[in-house]
Unconditional design. Structure first.
Length: 495
């Protein structure tokens, strides 16, 4: 396709312009809409004409915006011109473009179009997006930009970037898929406390809204409390089971909606994830932009031999979820295959492993053990009696055991190529990154650490920071010096 000629988006983009404007206005005037629903009849009739008038204006403005919106390519730049009352022109050089992602809501799928998002170096979210492009146009535009961009990505000796896979390998390889049964397992292994808190927040918000419009849910809650007192333990068990069941349903529903027909694809220079039921997304993560590869499990996931993998990408601000690609339900084989695609086999050789200081346990026992125990013991003694107060003593051995497990799990490994960290308590968290991608490294000491010759090492990357706690000061200094040396002597760029 000839993108040197200015072209518009698909005509269905008009509908998305209308929706975007309408949503913006509704967010600003929703109190008036509530008054419309519960107000007097005379006020309703007046507001109907206002709504009709505003809707007509939105329609006209959206149509004009569509016909004033052009994009084209010139001199290795993507140029977008738009504006009704005020013209604007955006020029984005290909070299700044990092990823081009596709998204399809139900409406996009109905009209056979995609939302195309362009992410550039230094942007918090996407630089900008096209509301609706024909799939063929979007694919051609993406391929053209990335092909032209790859021609300029050469190393100091003039070869293609060292991240690229050899040319004799297929352009794309499907690394893993998630079937419906696997999706259900992923949903069962999610954090159900999050779903439970969503339920609590939803009901709290609903009660507040009911009170604001004149209804009183307090009477209903009083009746539930009387029933709970009357039926005692049975009511408590039923409510608990109901909460667990609803939490499971929410977790499963969110998982299926988000990861339906999940596919992880390996391209020549990165990964691509396609997933979603109602909102279908295609997100890319180029090797040069990935800063940290991490994976994690929890007791449920370990029982099902599953990990959640995170490809954390470069961002100009503190990394957000939208900047990280999540790969759920990886088994050990999938995880090994993914690591082999991104890392070279020699990068994992001759790793030197060390742990953290045992002072880690003593300090956490003070903050998480002794101080909370004083409050628990005192509160139980005065409110519930000496018997309950004595029972709170079990808090101390539990916290000590938890801190001991956390201490033993803290392992740090490195060689001249990568830094690999493992930690956790109930779950296990693993983080790995190439040393040359580290942007800054520093040492931090509290008063307690200074007295005991300890330090935290803080590692900064373009996707966030990593803290290595309670290292002996000598070890921390050696680690900082070594990593600084490796960074200074490596000619590769961090992105």
């Amino acid at each position: 396709m000839d993108f040197s000629i200015p072209r518009r988006q698909s005509y269905s983009a008009i509908l998305f312009f209308i929706y975007r404007l309408f949503k913006t206005i509704v967010r600003q005037v929703w109190p008036i809409l509530l008054a419309f629903v519960f107000g007097k009849e005379s006020f309703k009739s007046t507001l109907i004409y206002v709504v009709i008038g505003v809707s007509v204006l939105i329609l006209i403005f959206s149509i004009i915006s569509f016909f004033k919106y052009y994009f084209y390519i010139k001199d290795d730049e993507l140029i977008v011109e738009k504006g009704v009352f005020q013209k604007s022109k955006m020029n984005i050089p290909f070299e700044r473009i990092q990823t081009i992602n596709f998204e399809q809501s139900l409406f996009h799928q109905f009209f056979n179009v995609v939302k195309l998002e362009i992410d550039t170096a230094g942007s918090k979210g996407s630089e900008f997006s096209f509301a609706a492009l024909d799939q063929e146009v979007a694919a051609s535009l993406r391929d053209l930009i990335l092909t032209e961009k790859s021609k300029t990505q050469l190393d100091p000796e003039g070869r293609n970037s060292e991240m690229s896979i050899e040319s004799d390998q297929p352009a794309e390889v499907t690394v893993m898929k998630l079937s419906l049964n696997e999706l259900i397992k992923v949903g069962l292994g999610q954090n159900h406390f999050r779903s439970f808190f969503l339920i609590v927040i939803f009901f709290s918000w609903s009660f507040d809204q009911l009170r604001e419009i004149g209804f009183s849910p307090d009477q209903m809650m009083d009746e539930l409390n009387r029933d709970a007192v009357e039926y005692g333990k049975i009511a408590f068990i039923v409510l608990a089971l109901l909460a667990v069941m609803i939490s499971l349903i929410i977790s499963l529903s969110r998982t299926i909606l988000r990861y339906y027909d999940f596919r992880l694809i390996r391209s020549k220079d990165g990964f691509k994830v396609i997933s979603g039921l109602l909102n279908r997304r295609q997100v890319s993560a180029k090797d040069h932009k990935i800063q940290i590869v991490s994976w994690a499990d929890n007791p449920l996931k370990r029982m099902m031999n599953m990990f959640d993998v995170y490809l954390k990408q470069a961002s100009s601000v503190q990394v957000q979820n939208k900047k990280s690609i999540v790969i759920p339900g990886c088994n050990a084989e999938n995880l090994s295959q993914l690591k082999n695609y991104y890392f070279k086999s020699y990068e994992w050789e001759n790793l030197t492993e060390f742990g953290i200081s045992k002072k880690f346990i003593a300090r956490r026992m003070l903050y998480l053990g002794l101080i909370p125990f004083v409050f628990l013991f005192s509160g139980s003694y005065f409110l519930l009696g000496p018997g309950f107060a004595i029972a709170t003593i079990i808090w101390l051995p539990l916290i000590y055991f938890a801190n001991l497990v956390a201490f033993k799990k803290w392992k740090i490994s490195l060689n001249e190529h990568i830094l690999y960290v493992r930690h956790g308590l109930f779950g296990n968290y693993y983080k790995s990154l190439r040393i040359y991608k580290i942007q800054n490294i520093s040492i931090s000491q509290s008063i307690y650490q200074r007295r005991n010759d300890l330090a935290d090492v803080i590692i900064y990357t373009a996707s966030g920071r990593l803290s290595l706690p309670y290292l002996p000061l000598n070890t921390a200094n050696q680690l900082v010096d070594y990593i600084a040396f490796r960074i200074e002597t490596d000619i590769r760029h961090w992105m």
